[in-house]
Design a protein around this ligand. Sequence first.
Ligand code: PTJ
Length: 259
Amino acid sequence: MSIPANHPRRESLLIREKLVEGYKRNIVALEGLIAHGRGECFDYLLGEKTHGFALKAIRAAVAHLLLAKHPVISVNGNTAALVPREIVELAEVTGAKLEVNLFYRTREREEAIAKHLMEHGAREVLGVGDDASATIPELFSERRRVSPRGILIADVVFVPLEDGDRTEALRKMGKTVIAVDLNPLSRTARMASVTIVDNIVRAVPLMIKEAIQLKSMNRDKLEEIVRNYDNNRVLQEALETILERLRELSSSQLILQPY
Ligand code: PTJ
């Protein structure tokens, strides 16, 4: 569908188109479209922009990735459809491995996502087919199947757009979990070690920029960033921002005047 250049909601509609296209190419699960709708709602409440609390989380997340011995970026359908080039670039800059990990796992989707990432510059994608031969304990969804060269041995796992169960299971295994989730109330947001409350389309490009900057910092400085980070505070700030925004909006003129 062609979206008029002057449509007031053009950006948002273009993002939807990417997901629909991803669905048609077997990359995005049908349920992924619903998940996006939930995200859109929270993005609306946040004013569709990156806030200071997200920037703090991005800094800590990148510091974790750069300090990690085995950093892994876990890719699902929505992530692959929305930010394929960026996620590959983030893996390059931080030295992380890319692994496909799906809630609605099918062999066709695993392969379609890996191919899509390869087309966007990935050199290797773990977690496809027999490579996902290891199991995350106490996890019963298809997400339990992971690569023994990837998520199984990872010390830091980046899980954009996740479901809470796996975040919890990965934390129990002693791993640091970084999530991107527009919903600060989700189980993922509350279980993760670092939660970036922002739209993935804005957050990942900012993570790349931050990684390029932080790469020249010594380990002591990176460790200091990680030590001073407080995820609970970040989630509180996200909720306060939503509250404040709703308070402001509810006391202002809401009806758009036709011209
Ligand atoms: O590709 P699969 O099979 O692994 O499935 C992926 C989905 C996303 C369908 C699956 O993980 C799922 O059902 O996730 P949930 O439990 O619906 O959680 C998705 C979370 O991502 C929700 O809290 C949304 O608010 C949030 N979200 C959706 N779109 C975005 C987002 N957060 C950041 N940026 C977005 N664009």
